[in-house]
Design a protein around this ligand. Structure first.
Ligand code: AMP
Ligand code: ZN
Length: 470
């Protein structure tokens, strides 16, 4: 039984899909004005793991991730670069797809773009206007927050508390400082669309209400995003959607903790970020995914090279077993040596971990226990029947590959690759020896000469790992 922490009820709840045949998930995607950073990647990867675990449990999942391709930041970037907003978004949408593919994130069923949903966006604003939840002020349309009864139910903020904060943000046009824009009147040099209120463009929050409704229906199962979106973005989505349809919007709200740097949120505006594509040059996608999986998805996680290098090093244990399995499957030995092995209990432990509000770090620990146990069995018998290796491969495929995707059975090392690996490992051992003997000149030479060959060594508490190329 899968249990999830629901930000709306502030409780860990049993997950029961609205339609037993299909789980519908909406995840707030990128605003495409730059490469996404490794903090964004954390949210994207964790949403991917949620989706994959639901598929593991046998659900059909419809996964929708929007692309915000009309926004102040996009307009600013286009002006700075003297390009059209369309050129800017096209480039970064392509880059987004390249990067999520490298991170092994499964494709969503739909990637709706705001610019392709203007009719739906305008329709929902019209509905809100008809129901007196929205008002037009000279071509700007605002949402009347106080008119909606449940405002604050997701973030736990109340109207009085919000009013204190909102006074700072006095906007002459709004009836009330708490109100937010649904439709923004076009300004000189900005992209615009025709609407019943004149030329303009939608606010950010309404895009997600319109596009989720179009692709997932008025009520759906899971809405996900990073913690920063709880307020105001998701709070406003609820206000818009529930006012427009009169129905509950989302059953389970899932929010991912921040990826921090030096205990501070990684963000574009603070400038303390690394793009996912740069981090991918230094670490494998599997290591990055394992680094994320080893932390509780709701909590903060600090980005450090030590942790990533440790993840890379840790993965070698799995990769070595994968190599061994691939070898044995090729050999295809039939024999009487059929070791007793309790696969069932490992599946059970993996599921128990994931069922408990997606305890991915425990799930990773189960996989490592499994690898250790398999290695013990392999070390103690010879000529093992190929079926044992088939079962080992099935377990790792279903868990480490299909759900967490921290292993790749197709990345088989050829004989040459294995020789290269063994030689690099030998040099790493010699370097470690040299360091132990305080022969830093030699240890540095080994590191530098390897670097010249395109082999980068990364030290961590677990030992030294390496990465070849780029
Ligand atoms: P953005 O492109 O800024 O709208 O963000 C895309 C997604 O990444 C959203 O779901 C954000 O909540 C999430 N996000 C942004 N910064 C971080 C961070 N430092 N850690 C984790 N998730 C983040
Ligand atoms: Zn959104």
């Amino acid at each position: 039984m899968l249990k999830l922490y629901n930000t709306l009820t502030k409780k860990v709840e049993e997950f029961i899909p609205i339609d037993p045949n299909e789980v519908r998930i909406y995840m707030c995607g990128p605003t495409v004005y730059d490469y996404f950073h490794i903090g964004n990647a954390r949210s994207f990867v964790m949403a991917d793991m949620v989706r994959r675990y639901l598929e593991y449990k046998g659900y059909n999942v419809k996964f929708v991730m929007n692309i915000t391709d009309v926004d102040d930041k996009i307009i600013k970037k286009a002006n700075e670069e003297r390009r059209s907003t369309n050129d800017v978004t096209t480039d970064y949408i392509n880059a987004f797809f390249e990067d999520i593919t490298k991170l092994k994130i499964k494709k969503a069923n739909v990637y709706p773009k705001a610019t392709e949903h203007m009719n739906e966006i305008i329709d929902i604003i019209k509905k809100l206007e008809d129901k007196s939840f929205a008002y037009n002020k000279d071509g700007n349309v605002f949402y009347d927050v106080k008119h909606f009864n449940g405002y604050g139910k997701l973030s736990g903020k109340n109207i009085e508390e919000l009013e204190v904060g909102a006074r700072i943000d006095v906007n002459e046009e709004k009836n009330d400082p708490l109100d937010f824009a649904l439709w923004k009147k076009a300004k000189e040099g900005e992209p615009y669309w025709e609407s019943p209120w004149g030329k303009g463009r939608p606010g950010w929050h309404i895009e997600c209400s319109a596009m989720s409704c179009k692709h997932l229906g008025e009520t759906f199962d899971i809405h996900a995003g990073g913690n920063d979106l709880i307020f105001p973005h998701h709070e406003n989505e609820i206000a818009q959607s529930e006012a427009a349809t009169g129905k509950p919007f989302v059953k389970y709200w899932l929010h991912f903790g921040f990826l921090n740097i030096n205990e501070e949120k990684m963000s574009k505006s603070l400038g303390n970020f690394f793009t996912a594509r740069d981090v991918l040059k230094r670490y494998s996608a599997e290591a990055i995914r394992m680094f994320f999986a080893q932390a509780y998805y709701r909590g903060p996680l600090n980005f450090t090279d030590d942790l990533l290098a440790a993840a890379e090093k840790g993965l070698e244990k799995i990769t070595n077993l994968v190599d061994k399995i691939n070898d044995e499957l090729k050999k295809n030995i039939s024999s009487d040596v059929k070791p007793e092995f309790d696969f069932k209990s490992f599946y059970q432990r993996f599921e128990e971990a994931m069922d408990e509000d997606l305890n991915t770090s425990q799930a990773v620990a189960v996989i490592f226990d499994f690898v250790k146990e398999v290695n013990r069995v392999i070390a103690s018998s010879e000529n093992i029947d190929v079926n044992f290796y088939n079962d080992v491969k099935t377990f790792l495929t279903k868990t480490a590959d299909n759900v967490l995707d921290i292993v790749d059975f197709n990345k088989t090392r050829t004989g040459d690759d294995k020789l290269v690996n063994d030689l690099i490992e030998l040099l790493i051992t010699l370097r470690t020896e040299a360091k132990k003997n305080k022969n830093y000149q030699l240890s540095d030479t080994i590191r530098d000469r390897l670097k010249e060959l395109g082999i980068v060594l990364q030290d961590s508490k677990e030992g030294t790992s390496y990465k070849i190329g780029k």
